[in-house]
Design a binder for this molecule. Structure first.
Ligand SMILES: Nc1nc2c([nH]c(=O)n2[C@H]2C[C@H](O)[C@@H](COP(=O)(O)OP(=O)(O)OP(=O)(O)O)O2)c(=O)[nH]1
Length: 136
């Protein structure tokens, strides 16, 4: 039998602007799931809380500064990928400093929640969309 698949903990965030639009970022060529649109975030590193991961990734990927008190838990994704099982809490953040900039070459887009389906997302993300539609 093959080894059991590891559980991968990733923390992600829906940044919401004053117009109630959500920021998505396109995964660059060369990465897994390249070309798909995702919520900013990344793997939770050892010793980090998911909130710390989101704060770090928002800064690294987008130059955005926020704090734990500005992150509200919304829901989570759970998806069996071929090589791992993904568990991904999704936070919502409306209060942040700096306009998001592409710091890692990724395309960025502000999208209404009810238009998220127009942008192909990783399979794990599809069940998250109704939660954002309800919220926004
Ligand atoms: N940040 C983020 N990751 C997501 C989303 N949906 C989804 O399936 N993922 C997956 C893609 C990656 O396998 C993993 C996040 O890893 P990462 O962003 O820290 O690392 P990475 O691009 O270098 O990943 P990889 O190439 O090693 O797979 O979670 C999402 O909405 N946001």
């Amino acid at each position: 039998m093959s080894d059991p698949k590891p559980l991968l903990l990733v923390a992600a965030c829906a940044l919401v602007d004053s117009d109630n639009r959500v920021l998505i970022a396109q995964r660059p060529e060369g990465k897994s799931l390249a070309g798909l649109w995702e919520f900013p975030g990344g793997k939770v590193e050892p010793g980090e809380t998911p909130e710390e991961t989101v704060i770090r990734e928002l800064y690294e990927e987008l130059g955005v500064v926020t704090k734990v008190a500005c992150l509200a838990p919304l829901t989570f994704a759970s998806h069996a990928y071929e090589r791992f099982n993904l568990l991904m809490p999704l936070f919502v953040c409306r209060r942040f400093e700096n306009t998001p900039q592409s710091r890692e070459g990724q395309a960025l887009k502000w999208v209404r929640a009810n238009r998220l389906r127009d942008w192909p997302m990783p399979p794990a993300d599809e069940p998250l969309i109704p939660f954002l539609e309800d919220l926004l």
